[in-house]
Design a protein around this ligand. Structure first.
Ligand SMILES: Cc1cc2nc3c(=O)[nH]c(=O)nc-3n(C[C@H](O)[C@H](O)[C@H](O)COP(=O)(O)OP(=O)(O)OC[C@H]3O[C@@H](n4cnc5c(N)ncnc54)[C@H](O)[C@@H]3O)c2cc1C
Length: 394
């Protein structure tokens, strides 16, 4: 027999984005309905959220991404006001240590034009000359550099799992129901999604639906006849220790695209695969060659002390890559009224989860953005093939 459930808002995917949406919606004084979150795996071990580098920056090229991060870092700094449940404050452990984008002469113009956008948005960021870089970071080789851009506040890293659990626990304390199940199919009638079918045959009907399924979002959208241009792209993170002591080390973004930052007693690092190798992929096999052949030489060239290091562990996860323009697709598709998308974050969704959760709660409650106009991230640019590119993708 098919069991039926009914709710007001169903959220598919209960990691950072789904749980942030659940929390903000349950906190909206003007929203009175029931909220259910369907999450296929309560361990979250394969979610991008749990596998991410968990870092936040304000140094984007698009004003919307900057503003999303500005709200998110204010949220992280005041986490106890938002997410405490009784005396329990989530262990988010926000370390405000900055991002440092480095540029060779080739990349100087881009760094400067991003800097101009960031200054207009009141980002606390400074451009440093090579000699200023040397004075601050004596451990760094600056020979090939023409400038660096350092975030002085609001940027850094955190415990991604802690943030996600914080959203989830607070949402549950506010009456949100979490169900461990997989949504298999959406049933559509004209301009409405009328129900979601779970793998055990249960049918859930609702007033509104949020697709927060990360790399599972496209398959789900397809069952409702919507082509979402979001693919799973593998990214591997490597954790190593080194006897080199890098005083005052921020998240460093090398001109090569490689990044590294402190983590515990060591460092994490990563780099995107070559464009031609960066294809849709769902496995979790670690790209060892990337460390040996690509990353280590780059790291040792930038930080001579990294010539001696010990690789301790590594893991792979998946970006939900928006293949059009590497920015989130947010809000309703023009053909369907009650399905909101929040997919395609392309490597910056964890840091934006607070602001996106708030935005989704406004779309559900008021049918419009109230705090921050995120219309530029809507479906129309996708449908009209007018990409809104984020230049600063890591
Ligand atoms: C290696 C790596 C490094 C990253 N580094 C950063 C970083 O430094 N900073 C940053 O901001 N972002 C980073 N990101 C990106 C960030 O992790 C993601 O953008 C963000 O976590 C997306 O959150 P989400 O909730 O949308 O997706 P996910 O965390 O993937 O969650 C989706 C959830 O949906 C569930 N699900 C999927 N399909 C279904 C279904 N049909 N039914 C039920 N449940 C379903 C999944 O089980 C999963 O728990 C990184 C990502 C990776 C992989």
């Amino acid at each position: 027999m098919t069991i039926s459930m009914q709710t007001d808002v169903l959220i598919v995917g209960g990691a950072a984005i789904g749980s942030a949406a659940a929390f903000f919606l349950a906190s909206q004084p003007d929203f009175k309905g029931k909220i259910h979150v369907i999450e296929q795996d309560f361990s979250y071990e394969k979610s991008a959220t749990a596998l991410s580098a968990a870092s936040i920056r304000h140094q984007f090229s698009t004003p919307e991404n900057i503003k999303l991060s500005q709200f998110s870092s204010a949220f992280l700094k005041g986490i106890e006001h938002y997410l405490a449940v009784g005396d329990e404050v989530p262990a988010v452990n926000f370390k405000e240590r900055g991002y440092l984008f480095l540029a060779t002469p080739d990349g100087l113009h881009t760094l400067q034009s991003n800097h101009a956008v960031q200054k207009l948005e009141k980002v606390d960021v400074s451009l440093l000359t090579p000699s200023q870089l040397s004075a601050r970071y004596a451990w760094m080789n600056v020979n090939d550099l023409s400038a660096g851009s350092i975030g002085n506040s609001g940027e850094g890293w955190l415990d991604a799992y802690g943030l996600m659990q914080g959203f989830r626990k607070k949402a549950i304390s506010l009456g949100v129901h979490y169900v461990q199940a997989r949504a298999k199919k959406l049933h559509r009638s004209g301009r409405k999604i009328i129900s979601a079918e779970l793998t055990d045959g249960t049918q859930i009907s609702f007033d509104k639906l949020i697709n927060a399924a990360g790399t599972g979002a496209s398959a789900l959208a397809q069952t409702a006849g919507i082509e979402l241009p979001v693919e799973a792209r593998k990214r591997t993170i490597f954790y190593f220790t080194s006897s080199a002591k890098l005083e005052n080390c921020p998240m460093v973004i090398d001109p090569s695209g490689a990044y590294f930052r402190p983590e515990g007693d060591g460092y994490i690092c990563g780099i995107a695969p070559r464009l031609e190798d960066d294809v849709q992929c769902h496995d979790f096999i670690i790209q060892h060659h990337l460390f040996e052949e690509v990353l280590w030489p780059l790291l040792a060239a930038r930080v001579p002390g990294f010539e001696a290091l010990r690789l301790k562990r590594s893991w792979a996860g998946h970006y939900d890559m928006n293949t059009l323009d590497q920015n989130v697709i947010l809000g309703a598709h023009p053909e369907i009224d009650n399905l909101l998308f929040a997919n395609g974050f392309s490597g910056h969704g964890l840091q934006h989860s607070p602001a996106i959760g708030r935005a989704l709660s406004e779309l559900i409650t008021y049918g419009e953005f109230r705090s921050l106009d995120l219309g530029a991230f809507g479906w129309s640019r996708v449908i009209n093939n007018r990409p809104y590119f984020e230049a600063n993708i890591i």
